[in-house]
Ligand binder design. Structure first.
Ligand code: HEM
Length: 469
């Protein structure tokens, strides 16, 4: 009898729980859609990788059925950061990136960290960085031109990593006994994986990669602290100065988490953007032609052809910026931006309950045919005369609102300077690969192999004179 009662109770509880799962409490009308399976929701469909450049099938299907992904709501979400919505990423991300990473911090601490980063990657610092970026690009291109074949994503990731690690922590991979980037590679490979932390799983390798990288960063910071006082040269020095200040809100853990996020955020994203840029150049000869002309013109207008890029020249690269915008629009490097509703939110007749997560989906915005004609086509000329210095309702490759990416200008400098070096001094031939595999977390280009060749620029000056005559 008791057993029967218990079984009945269990069935009633489960039924009630499933009912509640399917019909969550809400004081208004929920946005349309399905709650999927109990506990799992629609996670499996959501994570299905795809290789098309178009809007992910998961999103496309729901756009058709429910007419979701409203640009006004995306914009509203960004504008309401810290008020109705708050930056939020799934628990596994927080586990992986550190509980005190900049994306999970809010309020005063968040503003403080953002200012620190802007100190390093703001316009004043970037102006000084141009020669360094140019040198790094030239030396890598020279190195690649001596190879039969170069796998571009990995090669550019190593270039960007070396540059950023030098700026942040004066790290030199040639002089270090341990390879910091290797730990990041292990980390990235397991970033989008089932969160099962047992030896052999990708998630375990990811956590180990983070652990090793954090250990190296911590050791470096401690070594630096023990060194005698000298002129601050990198971000570590800046952090140490801040840590010494009376009443500082910065802690060593927060500084190390920030360092980790900055290294990751900078090299994984920009290297993908440069790889895709080169793929687009090899697929679109007219674009390559116009880009080359813009950069040849910069050199032509100099008194000394090899005098090195200046900030003024960088700022004059109109077509290059169109090309970069178009590349990041189609690349959709960050395919989803997460927020949490701080309280119940009513928008256009729907209610988002407090505590619910929302995902802004940049691909749906960037590939919207109502805004971009023939949206999957690569067409840098569509940006002619369009000023894109921050986010808009129709362009959010770097996020939007208060949390707009602090590394945007750094990325643009690196891309523009790299392209300048490439098109004025080298030729690139695609050998194989280059398709992109998309998941809701990251994009992985399928081995894009190229051959880099030096251009003959010896008689450039004479060519200009002849062309002018
Ligand atoms: C193509 C290159 C890049 C893309 C597409 C990109 C994209 C984004 C996006 C979409 C966000 C907003 C995330 C959110 O709102 O939750 C973001 C934030 C951020 N990005 Fe980037 N990023 C790039 C390069 C960089 C670089 C080079 C750095 C480092 C210097 C960087 C550092 C950051 C940081 C620290 C944040 C967090 C800002 C915050 O929470 O306020 N990013 N990025």
């Amino acid at each position: 009898m008791w057993a029967l009662c218990l079984a009945a109770l269990l069935i009633i509880s489960i039924t009630h729980w499933v009912y509640r799962w399917r019909n969550p409490r809400c004081h208004g009308k929920l946005p349309p859609g399905s709650m999927g399976l109990p506990l799992l929701g629609e996670t499996l469909q959501f994570f299905t990788p795809n290789t098309s450049s178009d809007i992910p099938p998961f999103i496309k299907k729901r756009m058709k059925s429910y007419n979701i992904t409203d640009p006004d709501l995306n914009y509203f979400v960004f504008q309401q950061e810290g008020n109705l919505f708050q930056s939020w990423y799934p628990d596994t991300f927080t586990e992986i990136f550190g509980k005190q990473n900049v994306g999970s911090l809010h309020g005063v601490m968040y503003k403080y960290l953002k200012n620190m980063v802007l100190h390093l990657f703001g316009p004043e610092s970037l102006k000084k960085m141009i020669p360094e970026v140019e040198q790094a690009a030239l030396s890598k291109l020279q190195q690649w031109s001596c190879q039969d074949i170069t796998e571009l994503k990995d090669a550019t990731a190593s270039m960007i990593f070396d540059l950023t690690a030098k700026k942040l922590i004066s790290y030199d991979s040639n002089k270090s006994s341990e390879n910091l980037r290797e730990n990041f590679v292990a980390f990235i490979q397991g970033l989008i994986s089932f969160p099962l932390d047992i030896p052999g799983t990708a998630y375990h390798k990811c956590l180990q990669g983070r652990k090793n990288a954090m250990r190296m960063l911590k050791n470096m910071l401690q070594e630096r602290r023990a060194e005698s006082q000298k002129q601050p040269v990198d971000f570590f020095d800046y952090v140490l100065e801040e840590l010494k200040k009376e009443g500082t809100i910065l802690t060593e853990e927060i500084a190390l988490d920030l360092m980790f996020v900055l290294l990751f955020a900078s090299f994984e994203t920009t290297s993908l953007a440069i790889t895709l840029a080169m793929k687009f150049l090899s697929d679109h000869p007219l674009v390559l032609k116009q880009l080359t002309e813009e950069h040849e013109m910069i050199i032509k207008q100099r008194e000394i052809a090899d005098s090195g890029l200046t900030w003024k020249e960088y700022k004059s690269m109109t077509f290059t910026f169109q090309f970069i915008n178009e590349t990041v629009r189609l690349a959709n490097i960050v395919p989803g931006i997460f927020r949490k509703a701080v309280r119940e939110i009513n928008f256009k007749g729907y209610t988002i309950p407090a505590g619910w997560a929302v995902m802004v989906c940049p691909p749906a915005v960037h590939l919207n045919p109502a805004k971009y004609e023939n949206p999957v086509a690569f067409n840098p000329w569509r940006w002619e005369g369009v000023e894109v210095s921050s986010a808009s309702k129709h362009f959010m490759a770097f996020g939007g609102g208060m949390r707009f990416c602090v590394g945007t200008d750094f990325t643009k400098v690196q891309m523009a300077v790299f392209l300048h070096c490439l098109v004025t001094k080298y030729r690139c031939e695609a050998i194989k690969g280059g398709d992109i595999v998309r998941t809701p977390g990251l994009q992985f280009p399928n081995g894009f192999h190229v051959k880099i060749m030096e251009k003959d620029t010896r008689n450039r000056k004479q060519r200009y004179i002849a062309a002018d005559a």
